[in-house]
Design a protein around this ligand. Structure first.
Ligand SMILES: *Cc1c(COP(=O)(O)O)cnc(C)c1O
Length: 245
């Protein structure tokens, strides 16, 4: 069983959200992107349905779940709260049905086989699904995601499948305090996205809607926004430190 944690007693979701939204706005302004409307996704992994519903009620209406076991447990409550739900953790094909049941978008598509499974499940459920292509920009062995030089071919193949729309690219940044290498990875994702849009505009690729860049978390959202993030995924800065099980 997954151990889900209740909200902490002294947690003020509205105040935490306001602080993080201010960070996002300041970061946008600092790099000449004032008013860019970078979206804030709140990563609610390890927190229970009450904590997730509280953050949605406070205005954090875009929520990310990492583990399908947790999504299965919280999915009905998240739906009832009116949240938009994105899958941001690695998705096994045998758990894809949970994503199709509860999620609006799967950000972690990194193989055609997974996309084919999602497509088939969506056809059965008579629904459409947004997906992003997860790219391993840092090349670390431990990280999920398709290699950068395979990302556009995968994205095009996924877009060709029924019921799926590729809305952009997602990456987990290098875990480092050094600005240069972290930003280099994020820049690489932006360059891939730009190529996708330019080539689609020329009719060479089917990726006109793939404009999202989901990158940046609590520790480095400023760097990601400076490199063009359209969505940052923030857990601890909004929800508080995740209690260890
Ligand atoms: C948990 C998680 C985040 C948020 O991380 P924090 O450091 O808590 O902000 C972002 N992206 C993914 C994929 C995650 O699993």
């Amino acid at each position: 069983m997954t151990d889900l944690h209740p909200p902490q007693d002294d947690w003020d979701p509205a105040a935490s959200l306001a602080e993080v939204k201010a960070r996002v706005h300041i970061a946008e302004a600092a790099c000449g992107r004032a008013g860019a409307g970078v979206q804030l996704l709140v990563a609610t992994k390890t927190w229970d349905a009450n904590a997730a519903a509280a953050v949605v009620a406070a205005g954090g209406s875009l929520v990310g779940e990492s583990r399908m076991q947790e999504l299965a447990a919280k999915g009905d409550a998240l739906r009832a709260s009116g949240a938009r739900v994105h899958v941001i953790g690695q998705l096994q094909r045998n758990k894809a049905a949970i994503a199709v049941q509860f999620a609006d978008c799967v950000q972690t598509v990194d193989s055609l086989r997974l996309a084919e499974r999602l497509s088939r499940l969506c056809l059965e459920a008579e629904r459409d699904l947004e997906v992003m292509i997860q790219v391993n920009v840092s090349g670390e062995d431990s990280k999920a995601g398709v290699a950068p030089d395979e990302a556009l071919a995968l994205a095009s193949a996924v877009q060709a499948l029924p019921s799926l729309t590729v809305t952009g690219f997602m990456t987990i940044g290098l875990n480092s305090q050094e600005e240069g290498p972290v930003r280099e990875g994020y820049r690489r994702l932006r360059e891939l996205r730009d190529t996708a849009l330019i080539r689609s505009e020329r009719g060479e690729m089917p990726l006109r809607e793939a404009w999202h860049l989901s990158m940046g978390m609590s520790r480095d959202l400023e760097w990601a926004i400076a490199e063009g993030a359209t969505m940052v995924r923030v857990g601890t800065a909004v929800m508080g430190a995740r209690p260890s099980n």
